[in-house]
Design a protein around this ligand. Structure first.
Ligand code: ATP
Ligand code: MG
Length: 242
């Protein structure tokens, strides 16, 4: 159960536009991954489809967690099994406080006996480390948060939920320089054996993340995967030669 294997995944938009074709990737516990690719290549579609976002339809392939194919499970059941997505564009939810949203998500995690108020205390410390000065869990979820606060809000949820497989879609976008450095310091010190996959366009983020493997998505397909040599090749030549 310590691997998530994506096998031959094809994804279309809800209105039938083909976005991803035959993508196979895997994510293992305790390892770090970078997901790279040109704008519009399908990175966000991939991670949203993995999580079960209703705008994306899985038209072929499997998402295997151990032997179970979770491809068509609804998002909350994927979350129960330890998947988490930090969105590229976090959504505002009127009428639901940040704390209540988290309380529900934690309650759905099987076997989680953590004390909610202890978690909130930890989150206040994490928020301060991340430079989120006005973090107030009683505010409506992301409503009126600044762009950078919304991104930090996603990271705080991840830190509270401690997912086994975390996908962060451009967690660095819109963060100021200090915020981006604080984010990377936090991700470097996760105290549970997460599989962490980060979609990014930022060379600095990639350098801090030190991924074990990077996956390059281009035109909806997996164009390359690899370690250090591939990162070096991308940094000198960009995506055009893949
Ligand atoms: N409903 C739709 N109809 C047509 N095209 C769509 C639809 N939904 C998504 N797409 C297209 O799918 C492609 C992949 O989009 P996606 O958001 O996954 O890209 P991305 O790799 O995350 O890009 P970026 O780096 O800019 O965030 C884009 O060309 C997008 O316009
Ligand atoms: Mg995207």
């Amino acid at each position: 159960m310590s691997k998530l294997r994506i096998v031959g995944l094809s994804v279309a938009s809800a209105d039938g536009h083909k976005i991803l074709e035959d993508v196979s990737l895997e994510f293992a516990a305790g390892r770090r991954y970078g997901i790279l690719g040109p704008n519009g290549s399908g990175k966000s579609s991939l991670v949203n489809a993995l999580m079960g976002h209703p705008h994306y339809k899985i038209t072929a392939g499997k998402i295997l967690l151990g032997k179970e194919d979770i491809a068509h499970l609804p998002p909350d059941e994927k979350a129960q099994r330890g998947l988490f997505l930090g969105l590229q564009y976090p959504v505002e939810v009127e009428g639901v406080s940040w704390a209540d949203f988290l309380r529900v998500a934690l309650a759905r995690q099987a076997g989680n006996r953590a004390d909610f108020y202890e978690i909130l205390n930890d989150l206040r410390r994490h928020a301060s480390d991340l430079g989120f000065k006005n973090f107030d869990p009683d505010r409506d979820l992301n409503v009126g948060f600044s762009g950078g606060e919304k991104k930090r809000s996603e990271i705080l949820q991840m830190l509270a939920l401690r997912p086994r497989f975390a996908f962060l879609d451009e967690p660095d976008s819109g963060l100021d320089i200090d915020g981006a450095a604080a984010l990377m310091a936090k991700l470097a010190k996760l105290d549970w054996p997460a599989s962490l996959a980060v979609v990014t366009h930022n060379p600095q983020t990639l350098q801090s993340l030190q991924p074990d493997v990077i996956y390059v998505i281009k035109n909806g397909r997996l164009a390359a995967s690899g370690g250090e040599p591939l990162i070096a090749r991308l940094q000198s030549g960009g995506f055009k030669d893949l």
